[in-house]
Design a protein around this ligand. Structure first.
Ligand code: PEP
Ligand code: MN
Length: 347
């Protein structure tokens, strides 16, 4: 349930409501910084919920109490009606201006990641991606360079003045990855690794949360809830394709998810057309579709030499093609009264 305070309710009234929520055995979360404060009441609400609604409704300064029937609360737009903007370094994700993250699937070498960083920066990207811990289907495939990969990624990002995002696979590596990365990626395969979600929640670091290929939209929001309940609201959602009967592409891009997530949640939503199509030939078309559908940004795999890539080469764009993609999506953003964020300047 959420308690909606009256516009301009005095701080004393808000504090009294928070106290009452705690005394009743629940955990209050407040959405501050808005004219009308909203308090989420978290915990297991049992049969006496209507009695509770009555109690809270009659407190001073309360406008009304709404029941949220969905199991996700903190990630719900009912709790946080205005869009959330997640800041990563000098980049703001979730505002009017769109964000493009790009880079190779895996960090492979100093030369590879530095070249990729320069190429994507020149093309107009705002953040650099690259995996150092890779979740591969086969244990015999390249698993990433680990800490060395993190260091190379961070240095390449610094060199061009772009914040970096990289995947963390294991709870034990969260502190390590936080030391190098500006944003933590939770991969599709780990979307319901609840221990990992809680741990990245505790870290307070911005999180890029990818949807599992077999997960429903509401499960993605519940996964976000696991991060947020630890006090970390800096979550960006990512649609990256789901499993369907169709096998002409690697996955099926669930374009529906973009407007549906924007409706259900205040969290920023970005699209990953590289993993959803699995084929560089379709990436640009689906990137355009994502922006037209209202995505707040894109994450695109770009490799200086895709044929030599140690992972996901087939879906990686060459830098020139990526530059073209950025120009096309910028035009679509303009048509929708949005824009691409200005390119970040070196810190
Ligand atoms: C990746 O970003 O390289 C990746 C492994 O993505 P996903 O978790 O969506 O498969
Ligand atoms: Mn990849």
């Amino acid at each position: 349930m959420v308690i909606i305070m009256k516009v301009g309710a005095p701080e004393g009234d808000v504090q009294a409501v928070l106290r009452q929520v705690e005394e009743t055995g629940f955990r209050p979360f407040i959405n501050p910084g808005v004219e009308r404060k909203v308090i989420a009441v978290l915990g297991e609400v049992n049969i006496n919920k209507f009695e509770l609604v009555d109690v809270f409704s009659n407190l001073k300064g309360v406008e009304r109490v709404d029941l949220i029937s969905d199991p996700f609360k903190l990630s719900s737009r009912q709790y946080h009606p205005e869009n959330l903007v997640v800041r990563v370094g000098n980049v703001a994700i979730g505002g009017d201006a769109l964000v493009v993250m790009a880079g190779p699937c895996s960090v492979e070498s100093h030369e590879q990641i530095s070249r990729a960083a320069e190429d994507i920066k020149a093309a107009g990207a705002h953040m650099l991606r690259g995996g150092a811990f890779k979740p591969r289907s086969s244990p015999h495939s390249f698993q990433g360079l680990g800490e060395e990969g993190l260091r190379l990624l961070r240095d390449a990002g610094r060199q061009v003045g772009l914040p970096v995002v990289t995947e963390v696979l294991d709870t034990h590596d969260v502190d390590l990855v936080c030391r190098y990365a500006d944003m933590l990626q939770i991969g599709a395969r780990n979307m319901q690794n609840f221990a990992l979600l809680r741990r990245v929640g505790e870290s307070g670091h911005p999180v890029l949360l990818k949807r599992g290929p077999g997960s429903k939209i509401k499960d993605l929001l519940m996964a976000a809830e696991y991060v947020m309940v630890e006090g970390n609201e800096k979550v960006v959602l990512c649609e990256r394709g789901i499993t369907t009967f169709e096998d002409a592409a690697r996955y099926t891009t669930d374009i529906n998810a973009v407007p549906i997530l924007k409706e259900m949640s205040h969290l920023p939503v970005i699209l990953d057309p590289s993993h959803s199509t699995g084929d560089w030939r379709y990436v640009t078309a689906i990137a355009r579709a994502g922006v037209a559908a209202g995505a707040d940004g894109l994450i695109i795999e770009v490799h200086p030499d895709p044929q030599q890539a140690r992972s996901d080469g087939k879906q990686s764009l060459k830098p020139a093609r990526f530059a073209h993609l950025v120009q096309e999506v910028a035009r679509i953003a303009t048509a929708m009264d949005r824009s691409l964020q200005p390119t970040a300047t070196p810190a």
